[in-house]
Design a protein around this ligand. Structure first.
Ligand code: ZN
Length: 444
């Protein structure tokens, strides 16, 4: 709506209310009808919509699946440029997101008030139906002290939330958008729908506090406050609402876990107690985090934790044993006074992760069923890293598994295959049917 012409033809109607910035098509059509004292239905019939389609869902239909013939008629009536009229719809939306957007209606009250005041009439905004707009990028929440250390500046945090929402605004219409974030090989596994599911999973089962924010790199550092507990049947229970994070916090955490998984795990997301004062509570948190991530990630996303190079212990400055990966992920801070503490924390986390991945806790919780969470993991094929740096190790484990005459285990099962019987595959079966696209086999 910016720059180009608003009107391209002479309107068929004598008076046309101008669309407000960001207005949804249905809201504008209602405004046109109101201008002429018509019932919206009457005007919709004039636009060529059959009577039987004039149901309660018509407002969503107009925005999500606009009919070209109706749009042409509307364009002729109003004289508006086609891209202005189409721009009030979700034309070109990723098909997978359609259902979510149909159900979603969460207008930001402040945005609606501003738009309505400016237009001098009630305005409904298109983004109210955007399921990925978890928070309004123009009216961001101020995190509670339990969610963000109070000495931290708000501006860079808000800046990152805005960047993520803008990215999702684009990715909802561009299936290749994730290539720029996770690379071409992993990109087909990530869609806006998948990412949203991850955000909601984290939000329901994990509560964190942002403890630092690197303004230069736009990295947030987190400490886990609480993780989910399980009921007697072993099912995970969502956190009580008052303990949960604002969705904006979970959004930033999910983003960092997707964009830089290993760095976030080792150098960005720490358990509750600082290093040298870790307790069983820290281990418990790490196990919970592993269970949570394994619902979403294919085991291969964790393979960088388990490669030989990552695990190889190197004497670092004569300062005791550190894993290669701990050294690598904390390298950006090598000139920072905090470096040795960060390195020690990353080393603890890395060692704990590798232990957790082979532990009984993981084995027991990930045996018979793929998912104990409401949203099953989205991955159909779990060999995404097959051509990556971890490939030789994965290949080796697979070969060993085959030679020993076992059924070929998948995913985490590859790594559990050694310490546990191969029949107890963790995460091996494909998830229950979920509305996600099949990952093309060429990735496998
Ligand atoms: Zn707003």
């Amino acid at each position: 709506m910016t720059g180009g012409l608003l009107f391209t033809t002479v309107p068929g109607l004598p008076v046309v209310p101008l669309p407000a910035k960001g207005e949804a098509l249905n809201s504008w059509i209602w405004a046109i009808a109101r201008t002429y004292g018509l019932m919206p239905k009457t005007y919709l019939r004039r636009l060529g919509i059959p009577h039987r389609w004039l149901t309660k869902a018509i407002e969503q239909d107009l925005v999500i699946q606009p009919l070209p013939s109706v749009m042409e008629r509307l364009q002729a009536d109003t004289g508006m440029a086609p891209d202005v009229v189409w721009g009030m719809t979700f034309f070109g939306l990723d098909r997978e997101l359609e259902d979510a957007c149909r159900r979603h209606h969460a207008p930001c009250a402040a945005c609606v008030n501003e738009a309505s005041e400016r237009a001098g009439r009630p305005v409904g905004l298109l983004h109210a139906r955007a399921a990925w707009r978890i928070v309004c990028p123009d009216h961001l929440p101020t995190p509670k002290p339990m969610e963000m250390a109070d000495s931290l500046p708000l501006v860079p945090f808000h800046g990152q939330v805005r960047t993520i929402i803008r990215f999702l605004d684009r990715a909802a219409f561009d299936p290749r958008a994730f290539e720029g974030i996770v690379g071409t090989r992993m990109a087909p596994a990530f869609t806006v729908t998948v990412f949203l599911r991850f955000v909601f999973l984290l939000n329901a089962y994990l509560s964190v506090q942002i403890t630092e924010f690197d303004e230069l790199r736009d990295w947030a550092g987190f400490r886990i406050r609480r993780t989910f507990t399980r009921n007697e049947a072993g099912e995970p229970l969502p956190l009580p609402p008052e303990e949960g994070n604002d969705p904006a916090i979970s959004l930033v955490l999910a983003w960092q876990l997707v964009a830089a998984p290993i760095r976030t795990l080792l150098a960005g997301l720490h358990t509750v107690n600082p290093v040298h004062r870790k307790t069983a509570r820290d281990t418990g948190q790490l196990i919970a985090l592993a269970c949570l991530l394994l619902e979403f990630w294919p085991g291969e996303m964790l393979t960088p934790l388990l490669t030989r190079l990552a695990l190889s212990r190197q004497d670092w400055n004569g300062d005791g044993d550190r894993t290669g990966l701990a050294i690598a992920t904390t390298a950006p801070w090598s000139n920072d006074p905090s470096h040795s503490a960060r390195l020690a924390e990353a080393h603890w986390t890395h060692t704990a992760w590798t232990r957790v991945l082979f532990s009984d806790a993981i084995r027991n919780h990930h045996t018979r069923r793929v998912s104990r969470f409401p949203a099953a993991g989205p991955f159909r094929w779990r060999f995404l890293a097959a051509n990556g740096q971890a490939a030789p190790l994965i290949g080796e484990i697979r070969r060993e598994a085959r030679q020993s005459g076992r059924k070929k285990p998948a995913s985490l099962g590859l790594f559990l295959a050694k310490p546990v019987p191969a029949t107890r595959e963790a995460h091996a079966a494909p998830p229950q049917p979920v509305s996600v696209p099949a990952i093309p086999t060429h990735i496998a």
